[in-house]
Write a protein that binds this ligand. Structure first.
Ligand SMILES: CCCCCCCCCCCCC/C=C/[C@@H](O)[C@@H](N)CO[C@@H]1O[C@H](CO)[C@H](O)[C@H](O)[C@H]1O
Length: 525
């Protein structure tokens, strides 16, 4: 049992007032995902994905009725997207490839040339302006034809993914420096196979979700090993996986709550990190033991949690060049007071999640601002997994449709301060990716939750994009390499500025420090 205690004043108060600086080689980017932005859901030979099917069949669950058929129409507007990345001055763009756009029926016997062409054009447009492509190979949109065969619950899915990986590595390996095999196995499996509210909505909690986790993790490892064997020597890209890693603290220091926090971390963090980054490999012992005990008590002849063979453990161990960290929020936990359905993932974990009331709420119900969480997550990962190399592959904040998104600016600044503190304390974080470049289709929430640095007018035929306040603040942070607490632009106009390190003013952090010091100690005294 470990409580991950640390100096509260340092984190909650940022009390030393020091301005910390992002090193010049720290990379900044922005991210999107195919289903959420591309639109053109059935154009030019694209096959149906599980999200196409799910939201077409259940339109009533989308609050504003806006699914991904058109989305931001990035399929036609990708040049404008790249222009926005240039306006922001970003180093890289994280986007995903839609599996059914490349392989309409999921299998490599039928490759859609128009699909390949679309991503070739996007990548070339990025490279033309010196913006690095960071390509996610799978971000939730499985071909429906593969779902009809059981999807990620079918052990053959490991091989299906490997065949898809072969096609896209062959096509793009020579121009992609960063690959992310899979985005968020927990969302794919726990929400999609355990739950009913996200595609494919199987509702097999405590069984289907665990089968899916094993297969998705192995699929990731197979793709990593494929790149390692066939392409690493020649092109030397970094290949990683993106994990949804919320931080979790006990509600208070009562032993049961501290234990509940440990269990929750094991089921949501260690579950995905252990097989790749721990010395022993495999899924966490605590998770295996707990599910076995419950399965036995429930009358199952063996554990509902699948076993990895010694070969599979080896395949997974070390199968990533970096850990993609998607971090949005922090939860507080205590043991559950209610009885969850049996069997279920929720019953296996058996905790209740809550927040501190003072943590500001975003437009999304699940999202509260507790930026210290990224600092504690860094400490935890460093301690448990010996300082893994990380890229923040997602962090963001949702609002209503407003241009002056002050709450996003506040959240971003606080997050950066906590992240810089984590880096100062040893975290090896090499980049930050804002979720999202622009408003998009937030899965079952449609466009009711806006995560964009750019507003998107979904009513307009061109899906017009307009920079928000946060876009200008993010651009300024990237240029200056520091977080200026009070900087605001004169207007919301944004334009492309030539990037150069010489622009960065080394004296400015100290100037800002003196102004802050004077403000706090003299003007306020
Ligand atoms: C009285 C207190 C009640 C507390 C209730 C808490 C309920 C919380 C339930 C847990 C839900 C966790 C949800 C977390 C989700 C994120 O990790 C996940 N959305 C991140 O995925 C990425 O999200 C982006 C923006 O949401 C984007 O959609 C992207 O595609 C995803 O990769």
């Amino acid at each position: 049992m470990c409580s991950y205690s640390f100096s509260v004043s340092k984190v909650y108060g940022y009390s030393d007032g020091r301005i910390r600086r992002f090193k010049d080689d720290f990379m900044f980017g922005a991210s999107t995902a195919a289903y959420q932005v591309e639109g053109a859901w059935d154009l030019d030979g694209k096959g149906e994905s599980i999200w196409d099917r799910f939201l077409h069949q259940n339109p009533e669950i989308i609050p504003d009725g806006e699914g991904g058929d058109e989305a931001c129409d990035s399929y036609h507007n990708y040049k404008r997207d790249v222009e926005m990345l240039r306006e922001l001055g970003l180093d890289y763009y994280r986007f995903s490839i839609s599996w059914p756009r490349i392989l309409p029926q999921g299998f490599a016997n039928n490759i859609n040339k128009k699909g390949l062409e679309y991503y070739d054009n996007l990548i070339d447009e990025l490279l033309k302006y010196d913006i690095k492509p960071m390509v996610t190979m799978f971000h939730f949109d499985l071909p429906q034809t593969l779902q009809d065969l059981g999807g990620w619950a079918n052990p053959n899915s490991v091989q299906w993914f490997e065949e898809y990986a072969k096609v896209i590595f062959k096509q793009y390996a020579h121009k992609v420096p960063y690959w992310i095999t899979v985005n968020q196995p927990n969302f794919i499996c726990v929400d999609g196979y355990g739950g009913k509210e996200n595609a494919p909505g199987i509702g097999s909690s405590g069984i289907g979700d665990y089968m899916c986790i094993k297969n998705v993790m192995l699929a990731h490892a197979k793709a990593y090993r494929l790149y390692e064997k066939e392409y690493k020597k020649q092109f030397n890209a970094d290949v990683g996986i993106s994990l949804a890693l919320s931080w979790v603290d006990p509600l208070n220091n009562i032993t049961e709550n501290v234990e509940a926090a440990d269990i929750y971390r094991d089921f949501t963090i260690a579950m995905y990190v252990n097989p790749i980054w721990s010395k022993e490999g495999d899924f966490p012992r605590t998770v295996k033991r707990r599910v076995l005990e419950r399965s036995t008590a429930q009358g199952f002849p063996e554990s509902r949690f699948p076993v990895l063979s010694p070969e599979e453990i080896q395949l997974l161990k070390g199968s990533a060049d970096f850990m993609g960290v998607n971090h949005y929020t922090t939860f507080l936990v205590k043991p559950s007071e209610k009885q969850y359905p049996v069997p279920s993932f929720e019953d296996d974990v058996n905790v209740t999640l809550t927040y501190r009331p003072e943590w500001k709420q975003a437009q999304s119900k699940w999202l509260r601002s507790a930026p210290y969480g990224i600092y504690k997550l860094c400490l935890y990962l460093n301690k448990e997994y010996d300082y893994p190399l990380m890229i923040i592959t997602e962090h963001g904040w949702s609002t209503k449709k407003v241009l002056k998104d002050r709450s996003r600016v506040r959240n971003m600044r606080e997050f950066f301060k906590a992240l810089l503190l984590g880096i100062e304390d040893g975290a090896r974080v090499k980049g930050y990716t804002s979720w999202s470049l622009m408003d998009n289709v937030e899965w079952s929430a449609g466009t009711s939750e806006r995560f964009g640095l750019y507003d998107v007018d979904f009513e307009s035929s061109k899906k017009t994009r307009t920079a928000r306040l946060s876009a200008l603040v993010y651009k300024r942070i990237i240029e200056q390499r520091i977080v200026e607490p009070h900087w605001i632009p004169n207007s919301l106009n944004i334009s492309i500025t030539k990037r150069s390190n010489a622009q960065r003013n080394d004296i400015e952090p100290y100037f800002v420090f003196i102004i802050n010091y004077l403000f706090k100690n003299i003007l306020l005294s």
